[in-house]
Design a protein around this ligand. Structure first.
Ligand code: C2E
Ligand code: MG
Ligand code: MG
Length: 703
């Protein structure tokens, strides 16, 4: 079914009107409904009320004449097609109306059944088409301006024809300014990585006659020079014949997304604390360095660096300070190497450096030397001057390994070797080091079995009153009687035991054995002497340490005043409040507390005052310096007088010579311990020594 179309006829001419009426009546029934009025005013009335598909108007009306008639109609009904009816004499005026918006004019001779419906259908159809097109354009316009994407189009010559609001904002060009300019002026894009101009997507879209994506990492340079990462595509525009007439580029800002992607990639590949490349990135870098080296027959070096005594600093000064120190180390290492090298953090206090431009192994040695030196300068951390050294192991491609994993492992092994050689130095990997690494594993395995096999023994070293030469106490020192290797000193297995947690059960055994032995001597009638037992940080921090000591004392029936615990400064400085609580609880048991290796940690006077410490043991290193006549003399003197003022006993460790003894006596140091008096000896030998010097042992005062 078709709708009936209302045609408004405004004419005072009855002859014309009846012609028109007849012409329209002859077509399909119900196609037309003719509404006729005589005056312009009535016509306008009708237009503003009813639905009108088209207007036929005679310009000469009773209330209006000429072009004015048309203008008045057009003013109220611009959207309705208006046809002017005219005779040949007035055709000139009719032409004018066409220019002012009339759809067309009709000569009165053509008002017949053939022409009139045709013309009406044509103008109504054309008008509807125009309206639809306008709507379409309007819709496109609104759409283009409301979407988040920037849209830019060009003609076939590559000149800009259109920008939507987003494109205006992103390019910095207004549509007016941009129109007609070459695309490259308005849409300046570069490759974000190479910073080279990126290929023009429009040209490609036109050339290939298909939609093309922009280059990856595309960056748009705004008119003011600012940049944004963009992403998207260009597509050709065709005319009705399918010929390409231009292109549309659609793009959007991906700066934020790209930044997040980059940030994530960075996080995944870097260490959060130092921002250095992590293990993963290092492996990649080594792999590509090896690939290049292989092609050019070059060498590469991998340096495995471990800080000496970092754990001690971390434990005594706290993790925040430890973290700052690691950052300082990271900065110095990075400053030490070339930009083509990679400094990475493996975790903890371990760093791995890849040197990618070395000719000879000696170049790697020079770098390692430089690192050792650079790290040695004091680090300004949290208002403190911290000293740290490093042990470095070096492996070389291609000699030591063909892949990242092997090279790192070799460098790691060489690093342990550097530690064994006294720290603060570097070592190249050598084949026999692998044997040592295996040995370390073997040692750990046999250490696990040593307790049940009863392979540990304690040796005892007396402490001597420097004034009277009397024996004032004895220190229990552990040894490992290895079935194949003989007596192994604690320096070779206690750190290993600490690393793998075995120190706790071993320590329990030591405490029990020392107390048992001390009580056995007393029971044998020897003069009672306090026995000192060394306690590792890991033992002290164990949850039931105090309880364990209490139980051991009860089981061995040793009077608590004959037990002394030797702790290091680092133990004391860990977590002040819980440490204080444990120390007070231990003191409450009635035993004595000593600080071992005093002077090597970062002790402050305040904690010495705060904690119930009975004895300070001056570290061997200071005593050793006495012979060298260095300024450490004064340190020893200072410690002695400090101990005195705090009413603590002071024991000098490692007294080897008469000269040292004389100096210590001059400084009024209370007690000493060292080879000069006696080496650590077996329990039996010590009992014999004690029996022989029975008289030289003073009666211990209670408390
Ligand atoms: P330390 O507690 O400072 O013990 C003193 C160390 O110096 C002992 O080494 C002793 O043999 C050595 N020494 C004594 N007089 C002299 C001397 O005149 N000159 C020299 N050069 N050295 C002297 P040792 O027995 O090898 O023990 C080393 C360290 O191992 C101890 O240092 C202690 O920290 C640790 N240690 C020993 N036994 C145990 C234990 O049962 N448990 C724990 N946790 N650590 C222990
Ligand atoms: Mg000790
Ligand atoms: Mg010591």
């Amino acid at each position: 079914m078709h709708d009936t179309l209302t045609v408004l006829l405004i004419s005072d001419n009855d002859a014309d009107a009846s012609l028109i009426e007849q012409a329209l009546a002859q077509g399909r029934a119900g196609e037309w409904h003719l509404k006729r009025v005589r005056r312009l005013a009535d016509g306008i009335d009708h237009l503003t009320s009813g639905e009108t598909a088209a207007v036929l108007v005679d310009l000469i009306l009773p209330d209006s004449r000429g072009v004015r008639t048309f203008d008045a109609l057009f003013a109220v009904a611009a959207q309705i097609p208006i046809l002017v009816i005219t005779d040949r004499d007035n055709e000139g005026i009719a032409w004018q109306t066409t220019q002012r918006g009339a759809q067309d004019h009709l000569l009165k001779d053509h008002l017949d059944a053939y022409w009139l419906p045709r013309i009406l259908r044509s103008v109504i159809g054309r008008k509807a088409g125009e309206d639809a097109l306008f709507m379409e354009k309007e819709r496109a316009q609104v759409t283009l301006n409301s979407i988040g994407d920037a849209v830019l189009s060009t003609d076939i010559a590559g000149n800009v024809t259109y920008l939507n609001i987003v494109a205006e904002r992103m390019t910095g060009w207004s549509r007016q300014e941009a129109t007609g300019r070459p695309l490259a002026d308005v849409f300046r894009i570069i490759d974000g990585v190479t910073r080279q101009p990126a290929p023009n997507p429009m040209a490609q879209a036109v050339r290939e006659n298909q939609t093309v994506g922009l280059t990856e990492n595309c960056v748009l340079i705004r008119r003011d020079g600012s940049e944004s990462a963009i992403e998207d595509s260009a597509a050709p525009i065709h005319d009705r014949g399918g010929k390409v007439t231009g292109a549309v580029i659609v793009f959007h800002d991906v700066s934020a997304a790209r930044a997040i992607t980059q940030e994530m990639a960075h996080l995944a590949q870097h260490d959060f604390l130092t921002d250095l490349p992590n293990r993963m990135l290092l492996s990649d870098r080594i792999a590509s360095a090896i690939a290049l080296a292989r092609r050019h027959g070059k060498r590469r070096a991998v340096l495995f660096l471990d800080l000496d005594g970092f754990k001690h600093i971390n434990d005594s000064l706290g993790h925040p300070v430890g973290d700052l120190l690691l950052q300082s180390v990271a900065q110095r290492l990075t400053a030490c190497v070339r930009s083509s090298d990679t400094v990475s953090r493996q975790g903890g206090d371990e760093f791995v450096v890849l040197l990618s431009e070395i000719e000879h192994a000696a170049d790697a040695a020079r770098s390692a030397e430089k690192m050792v030196l650079t790290l040695a300068a004091p680090h300004d951390v949290a208002g403190k001057e911290l000293h740290i050294s490093a042990s470095i192991g070096i492996s070389i491609y291609p000699e030591d390994g063909q892949d990242a994993e092997t090279l790192i492992k070799c460098a790691d092994t060489a690093m342990y070797h550097a530690k064994d050689k006294g720290r603060n130095n570097y070592q190249f990997f050598t084949g026999d080091m692998n044997i040592r690494a295996v040995e370390r594993q073997y040692l750990e395995a046999s250490l696990r079995r040593a307790l049940e096999r009863r392979e540990f023994v304690l040796h005892y070293q007396p402490k001597i009153d420097l004034e009277t030469r009397a024996i004032t106490g004895v220190e229990a020192l552990i040894r490992w009687r290895h079935p194949e290797r003989g007596l192994i000193p604690p320096a070779l297995f206690v750190p290993l035991a600490e690393d793998c947690g075995l120190i706790v059960p071993i320590g329990q055994w030591v405490l029990h054995e020392a107390c048992r032995q001390a009580q056995a001597w007393i029971d044998a009638g020897l003069p009672p002497l306090p026995v000192a037992v060394n306690i590792s940080a890991a033992e002290f921090q164990g949850r039931d340490f105090v309880e364990g000591v209490r139980t051991t004392l009860a089981r061995t029936q040793l009077d608590p005043r004959y037990l002394e615990l030797e702790l290091t400064e680092s133990v004391l400085m860990q977590d002040a409040s819980t440490t204080a609580a444990s120390l007070i609880a231990l003191k409450a048991l009635g035993l004595r507390l000593a600080i071992d290796d005093f002077g090597t940690g970062y002790s402050s006077l305040s904690y010495l005052r705060r904690f119930p410490i009975d004895t300070l043991k001056i570290d061997q290193s200071f005593v050793r310096e006495i012979t060298a006549g260095s300024h450490d003399d004064t340190i020893v003197g200072a410690i002695i007088s400090m101990g005195k003022s705090l009413k603590q006993r002071v024991v000098a460790e490692g007294v080897e010579t008469g000269e040292q003894l004389a100096f210590l006596r001059r400084q009024h140091c209370g007690e000493g311990q060292g080879f000069h008096f006696s080496r650590p000896v077996s329990a039996d030998d010590f009992a014999a020594l004690l029996a022989a010097r029975k008289d030289a042992v003073p009666q211990l005062q209670a408390g």
